[in-house]
Design a protein around this ligand. Structure first.
Ligand code: GLP
Length: 239
């Protein structure tokens, strides 16, 4: 695992954007695996700036997002589809038809998850961006005795509902379920970058860097991937 410790959030965001830029430059028709949450917002801002300055071209890029609340409408401002539109897609020349977020309105969530896995597997993710939950979740793969390989419908843990309630008017409004890419499609990505910012992620980051695989910190499975770069700030690294 490569580790890049940055001075602060801005430097972390810049470094992450530079890595995406490198992949897109080498392979203009690449497939990006994208994440939501507050952590990658600064990276998306920089990607938009690189597009505006002519450094980046998204016209042939495809993207697959990690997860989506369930049930939720794509037009709901709390949905991850809405988040992606507002934080990236609305501002760059990506073809909206080439952007994919699990369908939070699917009548049959299991069929939706199977189809999503097949598509991701066909596309092949060139670089997967991950954040990390305070409890060590990636996507919405929550701590548990057993982790699920395939993309699946999952119940959110109390700590995730509480952590994500900051984006909602009240904790009662946070959906209790989500569709999430499982650990298998994440691990099949050619390259993974995981962004970790802030003191409250220190414990999860330490567990990740310990090299011990522990299902109670799902991110630790990344230790088995051959090309992971951890990009963190000093606050997360030092605690
Ligand atoms: C969310 C998302 C994750 C994200 C994590 C951390 O619940 N499902 O993909 O990495 O929580 O979010 P934040 O970056 O806001 O701390």
């Amino acid at each position: 695992m490569n580790i890049k410790v940055c001075r602060n959030y801005d430097e972390m965001s810049e470094k992450a954007a530079r890595m995406i830029c490198a992949v897109m430059t080498l392979k203009p028709d690449c497939t990006l695996g994208l994440a939501t949450g507050s952590t990658p917002v600064g990276m998306y801002k920089r990607l938009i700036a690189m597009y505006e300055s002519g450094e980046l071209d998204f016209s042939r890029v495809r993207s697959y997002n990690l997860d989506e609340y369930y049930p939720i409408k794509p037009t709901d401002p709390q949905s991850y589809r809405y988040f992606m539109n507002v934080n990236l897609f609305d501002h760059v020349n990506i073809d909206r038809a080439n952007t994919h977020v699990p369908n939070g309105e699917a009548a049959d969530p299991d069929a939706e998850c199977r189809a999503y896995d097949e598509e991701v597997s066909r596309a092949g993710i060139d670089i997967q961006v991950l954040g990390i939950g305070r409890n060590g979740h990636i996507g919405f793969n929550e701590p548990s005795d057993r982790l699920t390989a395939a993309t699946h419908l999952t119940a959110l843990s109390e700590s995730t509902i509480e952590a994500n309630s900051r984006f909602f008017a009240s904790p009662e409004e946070v959906p209790h379920h989500a569709l999430t890419m499982g650990l298998a499609p994440i691990m099949k990505s050619k390259r993974i970058i995981i962004l970790v910012s802030g003191k409250d992620k220190h414990d999860a980051l330490s567990a990740l860097l310990s090299g011990v695989i522990d299902t109670s910190v799902p991110a630790t499975v990344l230790n088995m991937h051959p090309d992971v770069t951890v990009i963190c700030d000093e606050a997360a690294y030092n605690g």
